[in-house]
Design a protein around this ligand. Structure first.
Ligand code: ATP
Ligand code: MG
Length: 589
């Protein structure tokens, strides 16, 4: 299995780790064998002991792109397998033929790999599909029928709904509930052979219509649906229900800890009931998997519902699934967020048993922390204003030295050209300075970072009265790093670029997609909460060294934040930059 660099990091314990520790200490899974591939009891019987101490799985439905919530689940499941000497299976839960596509499959695999995880262990690739188990699931259904635990119900959808009962009233037995197993079996086979119309009958588990848990009131386990599946084509016209399929997938794969989100808690009794019936019948190997539920990730300032994400893309509120404003993993990658940042985030938020909200600034802080470590420093002027050094010769130029990473002197310094005309940030000059403004204004001295001390002498204005250029004189003996340069004491320190050496470049400044922490709270339409300022495209001036930036190369632009060369829109010698995150949190105030 791929081991991300943080494999050895110390982990805060949580209820899932405690459960695994207890299971391992009790030897709960010690007797398990592994037949080399998923399968029924027969496939694992007599096989060698399972080399994996635990087995977990990440089971997305291939019906959309992964979002930040999935990252939590991926880091959890693959992380536990890594830490406990186990294996995490990559499994596509593709039991719903209508909404699934290969495009999503490919994108999901790429996202999991990007986060730093893999599904190959000891030379075996643990990449599985629920649809590979359609035969085993069908055999299990026949077994349930013949052993008296399931029956074919021919009521209409309305009749089924009406007989289900409510939270306070129990359900009514179906008139088909008592039919002989042989009759149900014949019907089930006809269903499979395509002899009945979609929706005309369903196979139901026979449990308890009076159960206080609605999920145990004879849940449907197979339905008739003539739909082409992206992997099995038209081989089947009946498909298993998710709640039936999922436990069987886990058991065939010998999963030990099946970790899911809290909304499945009420399904656990059915999960256990189903697997117990199939194990009794000798179809499944024991010990059986156990389901553990944790709180899903809720993150402020974004939406993590597939339905809402689809709406944002389909209605054109964002440009595409990989729009850097979206909380999808493909979007995050283009935005410049890093896998290490996500893993750190997953570690920090931990797992718990109760729902809560995580503040978006925590995710940003994790990205910042990692980017600060790895991103070389560069200079960019985002809102350029011309600065003219009147006492510097017009044809002269020289080099200044700027450190690549102030905390890592071993990364050295790079030359940055200096000349008579520079670009500075428009906001670094004020003709009439506000109180406490220490940067450029007529009569004030500042240091040009890594360069000279200058004194402002005035400015030129255009016809509209806007400042068109700032004038100054420089002190030739003040160059940073030269003897005596530190005798100049100034309060302001500004960044700059030589105008004739810098190049103009498209830069996108991203901000949070929503203006409020809980988009669509109450009955409000979440679209009304979109932040119209979440994307700003500007033309900036960048230092010459950035011209050769490769797609996905990340930098800190001094004073402005962390930026990445866009994966899609950058070309050789003509990068486009996206801002991943600012240097400081500007939302807390
Ligand atoms: P849906 O079922 O509505 O299509 P989903 O978000 O549940 O959407 P799946 O593809 O079924 O999507 O999810 C795959 C895995 O990711 C599941 O095991 C699920 O528990 C987990 N997951 C999904 N959303 C979150 C979230 N917000 N936080 C943590 N885990 C999540
Ligand atoms: Mg789901």
């Amino acid at each position: 299995m791929n081991k991300p660099a943080d494999a050895a990091a110390a982990h805060v314990t949580n209820f899932i780790r405690n459960a695994i520790d207890a299971d391992l200490a009790a030897g709960k899974y010690a007797s398990r064998t592994w037949g080399g591939a998923p399968g029924t009891a027969a496939a694992h019987a007599g096989a060698p002991p399972d080399p994996a101490k635990i087995r977990t799985r990440f089971p997305p439905e291939p019906n959309g792109y992964l979002h930040f919530g999935h990252a939590k689940s991926i880091c959890l499941n693959f992380g536990l397998a890594r830490d406990y000497g186990g294996v995490c299976h990559m499994r596509f839960d593709d039991t719903n033929p209508e909404k699934e596509e290969q495009e999503y499959v490919d994108s999901i695999l790429a996202a999991v790999r990007w986060l730093g995880f893999g599904w190959t262990a000891n030379g075996t690739e643990h990449l599985y599909h629920a649809s590979d188990y359609f035969d085993a699931m069908y055999q299990a259904a026949e077994h349930l029928v013949t052993s008296g635990h399931a029956y074919v119900d021919e009521q209409s959808a309305e009749e089924l709904r009406a007989a289900r009962g409510t939270l306070t009233e129990h359900g009514q037995d179906s008139p088909w509930r008592g039919r002989p197993p042989a009759e149900s079996l014949a019907r089930l086979r006809e269903m499979r052979e395509g002899k009945h119309a979609d929706g005309s009958m369903v196979l139901r588990a026979k449990i308890d219509m009076a159960s206080p848990n609605i999920n145990l009131r004879d849940p449907a386990i197979y339905r008739i649906k003539r739909a082409t599946h992206h992997r099995t084509g038209d081989a089947w016209c009946i498909y298993p229900m998710y709640t039936y399929a999922h436990p069987i997938e886990d058991a065939l794969e010998q999963i030990t800890h099946s970790i899911c989100t809290l909304e499945f808690e009420d399904q656990r009794p059915f999960y256990d009931w189903l697997l117990a019936r199939l194990a009794e019948g000798g179809l499944l190997a024991k010990p059986l998997p156990q389901q553990l539920e944790f709180a899903r990730l809720n993150l402020t300032y974004v939406v993590l519902s597939k339905r809402k994400l689809i709406q944002l893309v389909d209605e054109g509120h964002v440009d595409s699934w990989d729009d850097p404003r979206l909380p999808t993993l493909v979007g995050a990658r283009r935005r410049g967020y890093t896998p290490e940042g996500f893993r750190l985030f997953a570690e920090r938020i931990g797992v718990s048993k109760s729902d809560s909200w995580i503040d978006y600034s925590l995710l940003e802080e994790c990205m910042r922390e990692h980017l600060n470590e790895v991103a070389p420093r560069r200079i960019a002027v985002l809102d350029p204003l011309k600065l003219i050094i009147d006492n510097y010769p017009g044809d002269a130029e020289e080099q200044c030295l700027a450190p690549n990473h102030p905390q890592k002197p071993e990364l050295g310094k790079r030359p940055v050209p200096f000349s008579r005309e520079l670009w500075i940030e428009r906001e670094d000059f004020m003709e009439a300075p506000a109180k406490g403004f220490f940067r450029l204004y007529p009569g004030n001295k500042v240091r040009l970072r890594y360069g000279f001390v200058i004194e402002c002498t005035g400015c030129d204005k255009d016809a509209s009265g806007a400042v068109a250029a700032v004038h100054c004189n420089y002190y030739a003996d003040s160059k940073s790093g030269t003897p005596g340069s530190d005798t100049y004491k100034v309060k302001g320190n500004i960044h700059w670029l030589s105008a004739k050496h810098a190049f103009e470049c498209e830069v996108r400044l991203f901000d949070r997609l929503f203006r409020v922490p809980h988009p669509g709270a109450g009955e409000r339409d979440f679209l009304l909460d979109i932040n119209p300022e979440a994307k700003k495209t500007i033309r900036a001036q960048l230092e010459p060294a950035l011209k050769q930036a490769q797609p996905e190369e990340r930098f800190q632009f001094e004073r402005h934040g962390y930026f990445v060369a866009d994966l899609k829109d950058s070309e050789a010698g003509a990068p486009v930059f996206n801002r991943a995150v600012t240097l400081k949190d500007s939302w807390q105030k």
